[in-house]
Design a protein around this ligand. Structure first.
Ligand code: ADP
Ligand code: MG
Length: 688
């Protein structure tokens, strides 16, 4: 938006001209008109009073009623629990944290990183001046490692609590204890120190009791209230216009095709209004974009008067500048078609939506005990998710929701989605509990307790990673792992690379893996040309060294020629730039841990592969006499993904960084390793 001053490198700069200040002020005044009409705006004083009178408050209001944008802002302006309170608001998703910080900064009339800021993994735009910060729940958990009682905040707002993300659930457990300790600290200070004056020159903040606000879009208030010692609940009645729900008459074999048909039916037959389409994942969004584009061309020649379509993708990994398109108004005589994942279900509000098309599917993380990994699985959504999706059509006027499944199917859906903590691997969670000082993980206060088996499995994995010792105590290695912004297995890979002599290469590789999904341009039409162009990067050991080769070649090219280079080699420039950004963050993180990351193994693949094995020993498979690969411990059949350079190659052992479960079990990101390295690099698992 125009209210953010950007320097050449895209960072917010310190210099704000009077013209910018004036523009911000005018924009804030303009936005105030709309804010005044939000149901939450009307009751904001009652809410701040509730928070003043109670340690914890639960707030329930429909999506779009102004919870996220208005409540933290009002709390920041209140004098609860102290003058000029500092507020942190958690979000389960990066996209939401970014776009909400931008929105609230605009409403307040400041730049992002000033009074209002955000912190997400690999990106921090907050400063000393920041009093209202949006953070992913993961980023706030990470802060707890250095600031155990979250002393730098006076109010913690847990937003989107109904989503029950793993990290939000962990925060809930921690916050109960933190609140108790903060209260004790405050009372002690009040009795013994207050009023005696501070030491000269000390800018330390006085202790304050911690306020907790839990915000949710659905009516499961009782669970939250019970968990937080019968905390009071505020219900804010939303303004929801009628939404007509239309079901498919019969079950659809292919939701993409059904979505395509429905989009064009809306465009041809229904009055103006934007369309929000819910799809499971980025791959669906990309292929549907391609088919809409094809049909659109035909349509423009046959029905030139029908107006055009503007396709806006919206998913978690999309670059912020691309995401912004979905929120901007459509040009005249144009219908906006937003192709979104779950991101748009509750956490962001997109103006102008009149039609919702619901595939009924979402990608969900699920734990597969046999192979010991989480994997994203496309699953049917719950009834409560379907209702949230429907509600997105009735924010500004009445709307229509097209469900691409039958009414009978809807009635058979689960009522609510299971909390993530009961579906995913707990390796991260348990490591974090230990690192944050929870000595007995079995005693942690979970709102919904994970199964014994999954806690045990996590402890075994952590032992394999040498993050805990035989007695279950965290090791210093484990502490370092917890402080890296990586899943424990990848943190282990990075830490091992220092002993192997290749940290610089592993940092490159981990940064590449973070953007891998959109790093290489792979469409059906360009596949052969792309493979030919990228042949020069292929490495005999497989995909990981190839990714490093691509990055090296990219960096050898002058900056102003990189765009052309990317085009010629079918590489996505934006994704490459994200890789460079992630790399800076990982390097800084290592510097903070006093680790010298600058060592590289050059062209030697062995240290890199050895480092990978030390963390990903559970992601390995051995060649069988019949030519197939079987998982090292579970003996499950593993297929090499057709997109891998190791597809159809037979080597004694492979390592992969991701397992994709469809009708078959596919390994993605595959390298050839020696069977012996599995034994030597993971001795605690395979014995010696
Ligand atoms: P809730 O948290 O209750 O779902 P929000 O506070 O996110 O509601 O949004 C309240 C209203 O603010 C929305 O209905 C919308 O009108 C407006 N809004 C929020 N974010 C944006 C944005 N990025 N762009 C434009 N309008 C927005
Ligand atoms: Mg919200």
């Amino acid at each position: 938006s125009s209210s953010v001053v950007k320097g050449a490198n895209g960072k917010v700069t310190g210099k704000v001209t009077p013209a910018v200040k004036l523009a911000r002020k005018q924009e804030a005044e303009r936005l105030l008109e709309g804010r005044k009409r939000l149901p939450v705006y009307e009751v904001r004083d009652e809410i701040t009073k509730m928070v003043a009178d109670n340690d914890t408050v639960i707030i329930i209001a429909d999506t779009g009623s102004g919870k996220t944008t208005q409540i933290p802002n009002a709390l920041m302006r209140s004098s609860t629990p102290c003058e000029a309170p500092r507020v942190v608001v958690t979000q389960p998703r990066r996209v939401a944290a970014l776009s909400l910080a931008a929105r609230v900064a605009a409403e307040v009339g400041c730049g992002v990183g000033g009074l209002v800021g955000y912190t997400i993994r690999f990106d921090d735009k907050s400063s000393k001046a920041t009093r209202l910060k949006f953070a992913t729940d993961g980023a706030l958990l990470a802060e707890m490692l250095a600031d155990r009682d979250l002393d730098r905040y006076d109010i913690v707002v847990l937003d989107e609590a109904h989503e029950r993300s793993l990290r939000t659930d962990m925060l809930m457990g921690f916050l109960k204890d933190i609140q108790k300790r903060r209260r004790e600290k405050y009372e002690l200070w009040e009795k013994e120190v207050k009023g005696k004056g501070k030491e000269k020159g000390s800018d330390a903040r006085d202790p304050s009791p911690l306020k907790i606000v839990v915000m949710s879009a659905t009516i499961d208030a009782k669970r939250f209230s019970d968990f937080f010692n019968a905390a009071p609940v505020v219900y804010v009645k939303g303004r929801q216009f009628d939404v007509e729900v239309l079901y498919a008459e019969e079950a659809q074999a292919d939701y993409q095709e059904a979505a395509l048909k429905t989009i064009f039916q809306i465009h041809m037959k229904r009055p103006p209004g934007d369309v929000l389409v819910f799809l499971p994942g980025q791959d669906d969004i990309e292929s549907l974009t391609a088919s809409i584009t094809t049909y659109m061309k035909d349509l423009a020649t046959t029905y030139p008067s029908r107006g055009s379509l503007l396709i806006c993708p919206l998913y978690a990994k999309l670059a912020p500048s691309e995401q912004a398109k979905a929120f901007a108004p459509a040009p005249p005589n144009t219908r906006k078609i937003i192709l979104a994942t779950n991101v748009a279900e509750t956490s962001v509000t997109i103006p102008g939506i009149k039609y919702v098309v619901d595939s009924g599917m979402a990608k969900e993380k699920q734990y597969h005990a046999a192979v010991g990994i989480d994997s994203l699985v496309t699953e049917s959504i719950s009834q409560s998710s379907a209702m949230q999706r429907t509600g997105r059509a009735g924010r500004e006027a009445s709307g229509i929701c097209f469900r691409l499944y039958t009414e009978k199917d809807f009635l058979e859906l689960e009522k609510t989605t299971k909390p993530e903590i009961q579906r995913v691997s707990l390796t991260f969670a348990i490591l974090h509990l230990l690192a944050a000082g929870q000595e007995d993980v079995w005693k942690f206060d979970f709102m919904d307790r994970p199964s014994k088996e999954s806690i045990t499995a996590a402890l075994l994995t952590l032992h394999g990673l040498t993050a805990i010792d035989a007695k279950g105590r965290i090791t210093s290695f484990g502490r370092q792992m917890a402080s890296l912004p990586l899943e424990p297995v990848f943190a282990r890979v990075l830490l091992s690379s220092f002993a192997e002599g290749c940290p610089s290469d592993i940092i490159d590789l981990l940064s590449l893996l973070g953007s891998r999904d959109n790093l290489l341009v792979n469409t059906v039409a360009t596949r052969d040309a792309a493979n030919l162009a990228r042949k020069k990067f292929v490495h005999r050991t497989g995909d990981h060294m190839m990714l490093l080769n691509i990055l090296k070649a990219f960096e050898d090219v002058e900056k102003d020629e990189r765009k052309t280079w990317c085009k010629d080699n079918f590489v996505n420039l934006k994704a490459m730039n994200q890789v460079l950004q992630a790399r800076v963050q990982l390097r800084e993180r290592c510097e903070r841990l006093k680790l010298d990351w600058e060592v590289s193994a050059g062209d030697d693949a062995e240290p890199v592969l050895n480092s990978l094995v030390s963390g990903l020993f559970a992601n390995t498979a051995l060649l069988q006499p019949d030519g197939s690969y079987r998982h090292t411990t579970s003996r499950r059949l593993i297929n090499v993904h057709p997109g891998s350079t190791m597809h159809n190659k037979k080597v004694p052992a492979i390592l992969y960084d991701e397992l994709v479960l469809t009708t078959k079990t596919y390994a993605r990101g595959v390298s050839s390793i020696t069977p012996n390295s599995i034994r030597t690099k993971a001795p605690s698992v395979f014995g010696n």
